[in-house]
Write a protein that binds this ligand. Structure first.
Ligand code: ATP
Ligand code: MG
Length: 173
């Protein structure tokens, strides 16, 4: 899987629509302190289904919505789109959150469950907790991880994390 394009609107400091092309290979994000580098990585993880507001550095999930500044009013929604090449085809995943109303997901324009998005990325050996997304402090977290946590990271990297979800589903049926 390769992420080819990231579009954001109203997500954290990205109040205006931003459209970023991501080229093959390693991508680094550089810029002055506070310009939104970490916010970009968070946008990727959020769209892949991250559901912990704390890991988005917020108190609640609505904190990912542009909160306003002296010069600009707050927004009432945030939307992020990831265009990815998976198995030779292009897939667009969109997550949208409305203030006070929670999140909704779309894959190629179809409304889907959060779980469908998680499975899509898990099968493509990536996802919100993928070691392919190296956020600030992450190297230290890998070193300090407990064995079970490190195993989960390895399973995600190997693309087998989705199998656990499906086994759990099957056991409940
Ligand atoms: P550093 O180099 O210090 O790690 P960075 O480039 O990673 O900085 P970020 O942490 O991505 O910067 O961005 C921080 C900025 O995003 C801050 O100015 C903060 O006010 C802004 N920000 C975060 N959430 C929101 C929000 N909901 N609404 C508006 N601005 C926000
Ligand atoms: Mg940062």
């Amino acid at each position: 899987m390769q992420i080819k394009r990231l579009r954001l609107s109203g997500f954290k400091s990205f109040v205006d629509a931003a459209d970023l092309r991501i080229e093959p290979g390693l991508t680094g994000v550089v810029g002055p302190n506070g310009c939104g580098k970490s916010n970009l990585l968070e946008a990727l993880r959020w769209t892949m289904g991250e559901n912990s507001p704390k890991s988005m550095r917020g108190a609640g999930m609505d904190d990912v919505i542009f909160a306003g500044t002296d010069a600009r009013p707050a927004r009432d929604f945030a939307e992020v789109s990831i265009l990815a090449e998976i198995d030779g085809g292009e897939t667009e995943v969109v997550r949208r959150i409305e203030r006070g109303a929670g999140s909704a997901y779309r894959i190629d324009g179809r409304d889907v469950r959060a779980k469908d998005v998680a499975l899509l990325f898990a099968d493509a050996a990536t996802g919100a907790h993928s070691p392919a997304l190296v956020s600030q402090g992450r190297i230290g977290a890998v070193i300090a991880a407990k064995p079970a946590e490190r195993r989960a990271m390895l399973e995600e990297a190997a693309g087998i994390a989705g199998l656990h979800v499906r086994r759990k589903d099957a056991e409940q049926k």
